[in-house]
Design a protein around this ligand. Sequence first.
Ligand code: SF4
Ligand code: SF4
Length: 365
Amino acid sequence: MSSDRLKEAERVLTICNACRYCEGYCAVFPAMELRRTFTAGDLKYLSNLCHNCRDCYYACQYAPPHDFSLNFPRAMADLRMDTYSEFTWPRFLSGSFKGNGLAVFAISVMSIVAFAAISFASKGVTAIFGTHQGPNSFYRIVSYITMIWPFLLLAIFAIVSLWKGAQYFWQETVSNDKPLFDKKAHFQAIWDVLRLKYLDGGGHGCNFPDDRFSMIRRYLHHFVFYGFMLCLASTTVAAIYDHLFHIPAPYPFFSWPVMLGTIGGLALLVGTGGLLVLKFRMDRLPAADKAYGMDIGFISLLFTISLTGLVLLVFRETAAMGTLLIVHLGLVLAFFITIPYGKFVHALYRYTALVRYAQEQSEAE
Ligand code: SF4
Ligand code: SF4
């Protein structure tokens, strides 16, 4: 953790705590106002409450070129990036947030190559480029074991890693003995997440991609969030069909796994596509330099997963199915590998910060 970034975050928060002009925009300012001084833990907590809407940047009379050169979202974003590395488990992988976009790209390519190599070696060229229809046709390209075990083991590892990260976050940022398991605070945080409440900028939205208020970033996040949840539901239902009811994929279009996956995939495609456009057009000054590649890498990965999933659905009864399945599974594998070591963690720390925020606000009442 850079002491320069901690000092800069403390400097801007001290100025803002005297000014308080932006207190209606998000949760950061009410949380800041509960404090007169800021410990390192406070700064890390507040940096994860901020979601880089930029409202406080374009509203600020002390922003550059003022002598104070106050860039609140950037100070929070720089520090937030450091917390991702600091709370990584296992610790020796904390460097994975450097050059993260390139790493995600490289892992995606390697995962596709690995799936292709295993499929060609075990099933042969004729099977990969052949036409397959009916139950178990996916398993004629990728074996059952290859389709299940890597994902299951990586999912377990990701859950453990994220759980350790949440514990580190809590130990570092909560100075009293408040437990992480606080039912009331979790209910409040879940309700805030389901509405993406703080992306509404106090009713006007974010200043994204330029200095005008807009709800577009909030709506696109809704598409991504609910699209992702529907895809998760689709995979879960498909697993139940396959393992409990012994009904193997592929399923007809009017079945729960396919309907949920199609709606979720389309939502994810719209949400990630829109966010990519916003990222390319946005003002880079109120953002952390290090975050750009990580954000682009993560959003592009989700975009290509949803795109290849939908294309696979359309062409699953043609000779293109084998190639499409290998590419799609390779991308999904890359996603599973990078869950604890990429942009996905922002959801975890933002949620944990919202739990803390709900506790604090209830204590302050
Ligand atoms: S960002 Fe600027 S305007 Fe907003 S509270 Fe801080 S000092 Fe005041
Ligand atoms: S950038 Fe947005 S979320 Fe972050 S502190 Fe400013 S107003 Fe709050």
